[in-house]
Design a binder for this molecule. Structure first.
Ligand code: NAD
Ligand code: MG
Length: 395
């Protein structure tokens, strides 16, 4: 058996921790090459002791020194690096087979893109990188031979429901007889909250997702449903789908993770517990299967599986995202950047919940850039949109 060498970008986050849980159950199949974190050195030190990676990467020299101190005198011989270039190196290294891209937000773009360009198996949780660089990302994968395996549960479900004709050979959805991708979402914690009450929502309420335990940023995205908007864009790129090929469907129980409808009337769905270890294990082992430490579904105990239309009036961010991918010309970059700035401000209690959508709408209004043709252009557009969002918020 060949042991696969894995880099986990963002190992101290929610996806990162779940990934290590699966990896450590299969040390006969996987070894950890590198772990990375932004600032959480205490947890990263524990993870280094448990996984013994060659490298650990943190954001700056200050945290690097702390990590070195924490590992001093232990049997762990991990080399500690810092900064974005180091993130890129541990993603693209010739010693790496697969990269779990689980940094949150635009910070994940460069290392994830580097893994794609280096032709790795890229397990993509960091949806923001694909939303930002869409066409460039997919072109780079085609050129390098990188295998993009979606870790986002909905996209992982769709991947599992599509034939190899599409996901391996790259054929079109139409040729495979697909009539719709049915992207499901729970609707988040405020699905039934009266719209007039949304302005009073606190970060604590927004981060208390009914079904999933996740990082703060994606939790807020789920509460505004921007998460589903980003996922809509993500699905367009991953499956070469037009916006008209995708329907969003609210499914409050988060058991059906998404579905594919075919022209003969068949619908193929993927079901499972709302536990990210399932799609993570799928990405690691595909096309094989491995244990994920997830309890089997107990169908008799499932009281109800219900579905409804999303409320575009309640969740303005959905429309903003769908319009951005239709618009192109860097609008998805601007959407993502404005969202990150606004979510951060909301989490710091500087703006009300409803100002998140207002900020994004403001940044997108009159946004008429060109389609980015290289990564530097993506970064430039991202910076311009962040500046616009900050100046709107400080007015
Ligand atoms: P998280 O906040 O729990 O973890 C984020 C990780 O990124 C941490 O390890 C952190 O140290 C690192 N990080 C943050 N800022 C960084 C920076 N500037 N530079 C380098 N590293 C940085 O987030 P999460 O919930 O694990 O989500 C990670 C990604 O996966 C997001 O893109 C999210 O949309 C996606 N995702 C998450 C889930 C989930 O269930 N949590 C599901 C689907 C997709
Ligand atoms: Mg998802």
């Amino acid at each position: 058996m060949i042991v696969q060498s894995i880099t986990v970008l963002g190992s101290t986050g929610s996806i990162g921790k779940s990934t290590l849980d699966v990896l450590l159950s299969h040390t006969d199949k996987y070894r950890v090459f590198a772990l990375t974190a932004n600032t959480q050195v205490d947890l990263l030190a524990k993870q280094c002791l448990a996984c013994r990676p060659e490298f650990a990467v943190v954001s700056n020299n200050h945290y690097a020194k702390q990590l070195v101190d924490l590992l001093k005198g232990t049997p762990c011989k991990t080399q500690v690096l810092h900064g974005e270039d180091a993130l890129i190196d541990v993603s693209a290294s010739s010693e790496v087979d697969a990269v779990m891209a689980a940094i949150v937000g635009a910070a994940g773009l460069m290392p994830t893109f580097a893994a794609v360009q280096a032709g790795k198996r890229v397990m993509l949780a960091n949806k923001e990188s694909l939303v930002m660089s869409g066409g460039l990302f997919m072109q780079a994968a085609k050129k390098s031979g990188a295998l993009i395996l979606p870790t986002d549960s909905e996209h992982n479900a769709i991947f599992q429901c599509l034939p190899d004709q599409v996901v391996v050979d790259g054929d079109t959805l139409a040729n495979a007889g697909v009539s719709k991708l049915l992207l499901t979402g729970s609707g988040g914690p405020f699905r039934t909250t009266p719209k007039a009450d949304l302005k009073n929502i606190t970060p604590e309420q927004a981060c208390a997702h009914p079904n999933w335990s996740m990082g703060k940023k994606i939790s807020v995205d789920s509460a505004t449903m921007m998460n589903k908007g980003l996922e809509f864009i993500e699905a367009c790129w991953l499956f070469n789908a037009a916006p008209a090929d995708i329907d969003i469907l609210i499914h409050p129980q988060s058991i059906v993770h998404s579905m594919v409808q075919y022209c003969d009337g068949s619908v193929v769905a993927q079901l499972g517990q709302p536990d990210m270890r399932t799609p993570i294990a799928h990405c690691l082992a595909w096309p094989q299967r491995i244990e994920a430490n997830v309890a089997p579904l107990d169908f008799a105990a499932l009281k109800e599986l219900s579905f409804e239309q999303p409320d575009f009036n309640q969740f303005v961010c959905l429309d903003l995202a769908i319009n951005a991918i239709k618009e192109g010309k860097g609008a998805p970059v601007a959407l993502n950047a404005a969202n990150e700035v606004a979510v951060e401000a909301f989490l710091h209690r500087k703006i009300p919940f409803t100002a998140i959508a207002d900020t994004i709408a403001q940044v997108l209004q009159g946004w008429d850039d060109v389609e980015p043709t290289n990564i530097d252009m993506v970064i430039d557009q991202d910076n311009i949109a962040r500046e616009k969002a900050r100046s709107y918020l400080s007015r």
